[in-house]
Design a protein around this ligand. Structure first.
Ligand SMILES: [Zn+2]
Length: 424
């Protein structure tokens, strides 16, 4: 009797591990992907390549199949890389990269000591003061735009002249930023732009040593793709996608970990990969981890141009990005493009009582579903919503991420995907 009880307890336990999502595993993946050794999964120290190898190991461990020799689909693109000095020193006071300031994504190289010319609402509306500033602008100056209430100034055209750098300063500093949001660029801007958090710079500060080492590099990377073969309908594919790249580093100190964007989506994909590997589906299920999303959807674009099986065999594609919250529900991009499927999604959600709301959104070129949609693939982009405001900044860290509705979102997505298993 004892043995029997133990056996059924074991079966119960097995059932649990076989059928349930695994938030502990997801948490571990997010921690690993956001570790300093991944360098923000971008363009400094080949961070994204290190992440790709990590994902491949996880897929191997989950015993997934590969369309290619080793799960990789290689490609490349140019990118502006900041792997050396990125420094702003004002009156012997070094600003902290990432926390006090960021540079524009396509900031060209700068090196020197520059005069700072402060501009704010008062100087813009005062003709004499504005002319005085205009006269002083040269290649040895940065114009510092302080607090400007756009609605309240009488001469917005003067502000426009400054921000478009009509007077040819070496660059522009925006000194009243509420939040710093970085990004990636494939080319350089016309002039240097630096964004500084409000309260860091003061109008009496008149000179700054600015060093920005920038290089345009051709970056070699890869998509990581694996699948579980269907037991009945091998040629019908449900596809899950998530980008694994993030912004990398800005200089030698500032790392952008990208926990929510998109270590969280990668973690859920790997968790789904483990799930389907243990619970063999009738249709084939594919997992695509794209590179170069932040630089301009490069990985998913490359894939749609070089698909590993015909795109028309995809019965449903779900792109997951920003899976770290959920207490305010989920947004479905392409809901208005596929209204019947969106209704189905809502029914599944109501049925399982998973998330508080499912918000409908139209087409948007904002993540890796885009080129699939353009190629006629039935696709959605899902992102979760909640009180988490770190985005494209140094604070989007693994330990800050709540994963508040991770389990519910996993179940919703998995159950919704189950409806499209026969390629109908
Ligand atoms: Zn993203």
């Amino acid at each position: 009797m004892f043995k029997v009880i133990r056996l059924s307890a074991l079966i119960l336990l097995c059932n649990f591990t076989l059928h349930a999502q695994n938030i502990n595993y997801a948490r571990k993946v997010i921690n690993d992907l956001c570790a300093p050794e991944m360098y923000g999964r971008g363009y400094v120290k080949k961070g994204d390549n290190i992440a790709a190898k990590y994902i491949r190991e996880e897929l191997k461990a989950a015993k997934l199949k590969s369309f290619t020799a080793e799960y990789f689909q290689e490609f490349g693109f140019p990118v502006s890389v900041y792997e050396n000095e990125v420094k702003v020193i004002v009156d012997d006071h070094g600003l902290i990269p990432g926390e006090h300031f960021i540079i524009s994504a396509g900031c060209p190289p700068v090196d020197g000591v520059f005069k700072l010319l402060w501009i704010d609402s008062a100087t813009i509306d005062n003709q004499a003061a504005f002319n005085q500033i205009e006269k002083q602008i040269s290649r040895q100056t940065f114009v510092v735009v302080g607090e400007v209430k756009y609605q309240k100034i009488n001469h917005p055209e003067r502000l426009k002249q400054i921000t478009s750098n009509e007077f040819n300063a070496r660059g522009i500093i925006y000194a009243a930023e509420k939040k710093l949001t970085w990004s990636v660029s494939t080319k350089w801007d016309q002039f240097a732009t630096i964004f500084v958090k409000e309260g860091i710079l003061k109008p009496f500060q008149t000179s700054a040593k600015i060093t920005i080492a920038a290089q345009i590099k051709s970056h070699a990377t890869q998509n990581v793709i694996a699948y579980v073969e269907g037991s009945k309908y091998k040629d019908s594919f449900v596809v899950f996608t998530a980008h694994y790249d993030h912004l990398g580093m800005m200089g030698k100190e500032a790392i952008f970990p990208g926990a929510n964007d998109n270590a969280s989506g990668v973690a859920m994909l790997l968790d789904l990969a483990n799930y389907y590997s243990k619970n063999k589906p009738e249709y084939s299920v594919v997992f695509m981890f794209f590179a170069g999303e932040e630089a301009g959807l490069f990985g998913s674009y490359y894939y749609t141009q070089n698909p590993l099986f015909p795109l028309k065999q995809i019965s449903l594609l779900l792109n997951l990005d920003l899976m770290g919250t959920g207490d305010k529900g989920l947004t479905a991009v392409n809901a208005t493009v596929f209204p019947d499927e969106f209704q189905e999604l809502q029914l599944v959600n109501m049925d399982g009582d998973f998330l508080p709301t499912i918000a409908s959104r139209g087409k948007a070129q904002n993540s890796d579903h885009h080129y699939f949609t353009e190629n006629g693939v039935r696709s959605f982009f899902f992102y979760l919503m909640g009180d988490y405001h770190f985005y494209h900044d140094v604070d989007d860290k693994a330990d800050a991420l709540p994963l508040s509705k991770y389990n519910e979102a996993f179940k919703l997505i998995q159950k919704f995907a189950d409806h499209y298993q026969k390629g109908e």
